[in-house]
Design a protein around this ligand. Structure first.
Ligand code: NDP
Length: 248
């Protein structure tokens, strides 16, 4: 059964990693994909082709999630290109890790603007469309780090915790209009974001996870599919933890 047949979806940051995984799974379920990237034009164009080969409409957009103006322009362009928007996945994110002692103001601001303010930018930009159609599903990609904190990631943890507060507030504001807003808190998912880490450290993380492995983009995509589709039509304001038991 295809769960998203004919639905138009925006995913921020889908040129690789988790966003790409979501795009591929959603295409298998019949969704049309409008997705953004920051600098990976080549991989974005490749993904466009891969998605279209699955028989859905797909288009990539170079758009800086941290910019309010760019989010507004993106949404009007997607409305023109796709004729509507049903689902928004706020996935774009960066890390600029350092101990507080060494963290510069720029590292803090950039992470907050790309990870957290972007969610405000995009949600504001789709709000009118969702209100008019009295339906919409918004999914924000938080992190286990936003729930439990992590040494060396105070900027990232603050951005991801902020997303949870934003998610719950939007769910309260827009629930009466049948607009749902949920967050996913992935644990350790093996992507380019985690490729930067030392292999020994990564192995010790795997060993500590009750399911004894890092997650895959598909693990997150499947959770996203549930929250995006009508299977979760009575769920809003929730944080779905997908972490192999890391918080247990
Ligand atoms: P990657 O680094 O693999 O991919 C990040 C994506 O975001 C890329 O498509 C990148 O585009 C895009 N991006 C970065 N900055 C911007 C920007 N300013 N505007 C638009 N797009 C941008 O990350 P992951 O796939 O690992 O992570 C995806 C999300 O999941 C992030 O929000 C991350 O915080 C979260 N997450 C990841 C976890 C993990 O273990 N991997 C764990 C918990 C949460 P480009 O390719 O052009 O740079």
């Amino acid at each position: 059964m295809k769960l998203l047949e004919g639905k138009n979806v925006i995913i921020t940051g889908a040129s690789r990693g988790i966003g790409k995984g979501i795009a591929l799974v959603f295409a298998d379920h019949g969704a049309n994909l409008a997705f953004t990237y920051s600098s990976s034009e080549g991989p974005a164009l490749e993904l466009e082709k891969e998605l279209m080969a699955k028989g859905v409409k797909a288009k990539s957009y170079k758009s800086n999630a941290a910019s309010f103006k760019a989010a507004e322009e993106l949404v009007s362009q997607v409305l023109e290109d796709f004729g509507g928007i049903d689902i928004l996945i706020n996935n774009a994110g960066i890390t600029k890790d350092n101990l507080l002692m060494r963290m510069g103001e720029d590292d803090f601001d950039q992470v907050i603007e790309t990870n957290l303010k972007s969610v405000f930018n995009m949600t504001k930009a789709v709000q009118r469309t969702f209100l008019k159609q009295r339906k919409g599903s918004i999914i924000n990609m938080s992190s286990v780090v936003g729930v439990k904190g992590n040494a060396g990631q105070s900027n990232y943890a603050a951005s991801k915790a902020g997303m949870i507060g934003f998610t719950k507030s939007v769910a309260l504001e827009l629930g009466s209009r049948n607009i749902r807003c949920n967050a996913i808190a992935p644990g350790f998912i093996e992507t380019e974001m985690t490729d930067k880490l030392d292999e020994k450290v990564v192995q010790s993380w795997r060993d500590e996870i009750p399911l004894k492995r890092g997650g895959t983009p598909e693990d997150i995509a499947n959770a996203c599919l549930f929250l995006a589709s009508d299977l979760s039509s009575y769920i809003t304001g929730e944080v779905l933890h997908v972490n192999g038991g890391m918080l247990t």
